[in-house]
Design a protein around this ligand. Structure first.
Ligand code: GLA
Length: 380
């Protein structure tokens, strides 16, 4: 955690609410190396937590509960016993506070502030980081201690019920259970996790399009429904139950749209497992090729990429020393990632920025991140 983030959030808290908070926590964002749009079908994902994240501070209060978003200066009152679903950050924070209040059985009023250095709405899991940090800081004040798996489940439930986002478990799981220096291969059927070390000669480069297309949330829910419909049409509980061999004889009766959906999910599950093995063996060339295939499948079959992401990915792939590149997260904007030799990063950043400006007239933010540890309490 960057100490300046916590300082800023604590100062914001003091300026708005007066006095000092009594609990503080920090949670990382994440990139997903591979295994995209598979988690809600019980499949495999390979995310790693990044060094940017969100800090939250909290204190019990008298009267009504209030939440402050330090980065925008917005403060909202909220009643944890009568909180209605709402979009945006208030839904993420509020959902967690309501579920914690119910769990604690003695919900008193609370003041909470949060802020961070993670780009918001950029596909780096700012929502799960916000949920993770708020749940830790507020949970401490309310006397609710949770295991990482319980915390991830609570945060995800809050997101479903109060922010209206039908997400899978990947983001909350990596935020709560990340292992420093490692990616985690998560089997989303039973949430079991295997840490895979990131080799020293691999740099994970994040490239932010700076755009988010409006259709993102509706299209996410539509992909989720299509995956469930395809599973039902194939007579299985979820697409996880089909592998590449099993698919060969079965996809015939599906509509073109569902067939594409199945092809992506089944292929992506296989790629994620292969990539985890290759990463563990230090075969970065193979990991990169699998990332490239993943992007192409998300672009052509699952159709969740966009022109801006494709530009970043293509520009990155053209740079010597880059093993592979793909979009990361839900898509329709947000971020792409590249896996590269550390000495190739400067050339990569230059090439990507130049091509992005030429084609889209915008600045692409590019940064490198190591694999960070999980969300946790921090000293004030
Ligand atoms: C978002 C969701 C995750 C996952 C990804 C796509 O990040 O929150 O659960 O479905 O999209 O892989």
């Amino acid at each position: 955690m960057n100490p300046a983030t916590l300082e800023r959030v604590t100062r914001g808290f003091a300026e708005r609410f007066g006095g000092e908070p009594t609990a503080a926590a920090w949670a990382p964002g994440r990139v997903n190396l591979i295994g995209e749009h598979t988690d809600y079908s019980g499949g495999f994902v390979l995310p790693m937590a990044i060094e940017r994240g969100i800090a939250a501070v909290a204190r019990s209060a008298v009267g009504e509960s209030r939440v402050l978003a330090v980065d925008t200066g917005e403060t909202r009152p909220l009643d944890p016993l009568a909180f209605a679903p709402v979009g945006g950050w208030l839904g993420y924070a509020g959902g967690v506070l309501v579920l914690l209040a119910r769990r604690s059985g003695r919900p008193g009023a609370l003041e909470v502030a949060f802020g961070g250095d993670l780009p918001i709405g950029a596909g780096l899991s700012s929502s799960a980081a916000l949920e993770g940090a708020v749940s830790l800081a507020a949970g401490r004040v309310m006397g609710v201690e949770l295991s990482p798996a319980e915390r991830a489940a609570l945060c995800r439930r809050g997101e479903h019920e109060y922010a209206g986002v039908p997400c899978g478990i990947m983001d909350q799981a990596i935020v709560c259970s990340a292992v420093a220096g490692h990616a985690l291969l998560i089997d989303c059927r039973d949430a079991s996790m295997s840490p895979v070390p990131i080799p020293d000669d691999a740099a994970v480069v994040v490239m932010n399009t700076g755009v988010r297309h409006d259709l993102a949330s509706g299209e996410y829910a539509r992909r989720r429904r299509a995956s469930a419909a395809a599973a039902a049409a194939l007579g299985v509980e979820s697409l996880r139950d089909i592998d590449e061999e099993g698919l060969a004889g079965r996809a015939g009766g599906l509509s073109e749209d569902l067939a594409r959906c199945v092809r992506h999910v089944v292929g992506e599950n296989a790629r994620a497992r292969r990539a985890a093995r290759a990463l563990g063996e230090g075969d970065l060339g193979l990991v990169g090729s699998l990332m490239n295939l993943s992007h192409d499948s998300l672009r052509d079959d699952f159709r969740v990429s966009c022109a801006e992401l494709d530009t970043l990915v293509e520009a990155a792939r053209g740079v010597p020393g880059v093993y592979g590149a793909r979009m990361t997260g839900a898509g329709f904007g947000g971020c792409a990632i590249a896996l590269a030799r550390p000495e190739a990063v400067a050339a990569l950043a230059g090439a990507v920025a130049c091509e992005y400006r030429r084609r889209h007239g915008r600045r692409a933010e590019v940064f490198v991140s190591g694999a960070c540890g999980p969300a946790g309490m921090v000293d004030l």
